[in-house]
Design a protein around this ligand. Structure first.
Ligand code: F0G
Length: 451
């Protein structure tokens, strides 16, 4: 590991250690908090280790035309901002990143806004934003000579980890809460050859079990307590800035589960500002599901100073997390960027997801909390008509096809959950019709649908 260029700083007590000194559970031995990666050379303006903003912008654009495999990765294309490996030859890549920033004209119009964007991280190789973090942290695991990697997951981390481990020839162990993850994600862990254990507990219970395992066995932990994950997950912030010609949006809206992604994107923007790549930082807003809202409660009760775990329930299973590991980091990002912490009900998530689907994008339910959150910010008058907003869509719509089918069949929500949203839901539902196998019957179905 490149201990010359980076070090780990404890987020709680500020203690600094080298990358090779960190304990297997990635917790500070003094205060128990998490670490973040820091690059000491960047702080001194005259340091040769401090990247030059203008040169980087040019270099990163040049790499788009390069024939080098590493340059085709939307994470390693920006490798000057994540010098975490001794040799970039150890990078394990599936050509992640380089995801589209789509315009959402219909949603913008419905919200009375000039424009609206979605950064679709579901367009990564395994269908979620986790690939950007996994390429970074799994490459560290390989460089350090681990044979086994492991994670507890609501499904996407495990899919990504299993794929990258398979590419690197490492064994992988997945702990998932039995019956509480989407089938598409479970199928990926199996397909990529992970040892997949379904535990009779929730995500938070899986984390507890795995934390004990990694303290005893030589297994590299790839949950987002691993700070190298966040180094990869900060790169979509660079992509967003690059796509907007190095102007940052006014607002970035991110779903909140274990709360690493919001932290990582915030870190990305902050570092870009420190290095002079961008002039300012967007307001970062985190949106949780109402039934899995520990950060929302934390802000309501103590402005983000304390957090009590909750027992989490939501059909957006990716963010069914009651005791998020990175809550302090996320709270700091929201506070320092003047953002908000919001929650969305099950009906609000379902409607927002169907609206994104109707715009030809689609995403998994956890991602749709971003649009649901934006509607609240608009209703409260906190986002202006001409402000630039980017929604971070974290997972592909095919990850959880059951959810979508249940919505369109009308079996997703209980009556009390959809109360007040019946008309919106009815307008969005598109049930598959059973039609006789004749042209006349099909044409009649079209006519009926058009009326
Ligand atoms: N969206 C999706 C699709 C996710 O899979 C997750 C988290 C999140 C949002 C929340 O991101 O945890 O960084 O706040 N999925 C986890 C997993 C934890 O195991 O796949 P976060």
């Amino acid at each position: 590991m490149n201990d010359n260029l980076h070090q780990l700083r404890c987020f709680g007590c500020g203690a600094r250690i080298s990358g090779s000194e960190v304990k297997p559970d990635f917790r500070c031995v003094d205060c128990g908090d998490l670490f973040e990666v820091e690059y000491p050379g960047w702080a001194q303006r005259k340091s040769l280790d401090r990247p030059n903003a203008g040169a980087l912008k040019w270099l990163w654009r040049e790499r788009r035309c390069s024939s080098e495999a590493l340059d085709h990765s939307g994470v390693w294309r920006f490798r000057e901002l994540l010098p975490i490996l001794d040799s970039f030859g150890n990078a394990v890549s599936l050509r992640e990143g380089n995801t589209p920033l789509y315009a959402l004209p219909r949603s913008a119009k419905a919200l009375g806004m000039d424009q609206l964007f979605a950064k679709h991280q579901g367009m990564n190789p395994t269908g979620s934003f986790k690939d950007t973090g996994m390429t970074a942290a799994l490459s560290v695991a390989r460089e350090r000579g681990f044979q086994w990697v492991a994670c507890a997951s609501t499904g996407n981390t495990s899919a990504a980890m299993a794929a990258y481990a398979a590419r690197a020839g490492l064994r992988s162990l997945v702990l998932i809460p039995e019956g509480k993850i989407a089938w598409g994600k479970l199928s990926q862990a199996m397909d990529y050859g992970a040892v997949t254990c379904q535990l009779k507990t929730d995500f938070d219970g899986c984390v507890r079990v795995l934390t004990e395992i990694v303290r005893e066995a030589p297994i590299y932990l790839l949950n987002s307590v691993n700070p190298y994950r966040l180094e990869g997950q900060k790169t979509p912030a660079i992509e967003i800035a690059e796509a907007l010609d190095w102007n940052v949006p006014d607002h970035l809206i991110v779903p909140g589960g274990n709360l690493a992604n919001s932290s990582a994107l915030g870190k990305g923007f902050q570092e870009m500002r420190e290095l002079g790549l961008v002039a300012r930082i967007p307001r970062i807003t985190v949106v949780q599901a109402e039934g899995a809202n520990p950060l929302v409660r934390s802000f309501r009760e103590s402005r983000g100073a304390e957090m009590q775990p909750v027992e989490a329930h939501t059909r957006a299973t990716a963010i069914r997390i009651g005791n998020p590991a990175s809550w302090r980091k996320a709270a700091r990002v929201v506070q320092s960027t003047d953002g908000w912490v919001l929650e969305a009900t099950e009906a609000e998530i379902a409607v927002a997801k169907a609206e994104l689907g109707a715009e030809g994008l689609g995403c998994e339910p956890a991602s749709a909390v971003t649009l649901a959150g934006l509607k609240k910010l608009r209703a409260a008058g906190t986002v202006g008509d001409s402000e630039t907003v980017v929604l971070v869509l974290t997972g592909h719509t095919l990850k959880d096809a059951d959810y979508t089918i249940d919505f369109h069949r009308g079996t997703l929500l209980r009556a009390e959950e959809s109360a007040g949203y019946e008309r919106e839901i009815a307008a969005l539902r598109r049930e598959a019709r059973n039609v006789d196998a004749t042209p006349g019957a099909v044409l009649a179905a079209m006519k009926e649908a058009a009326s």
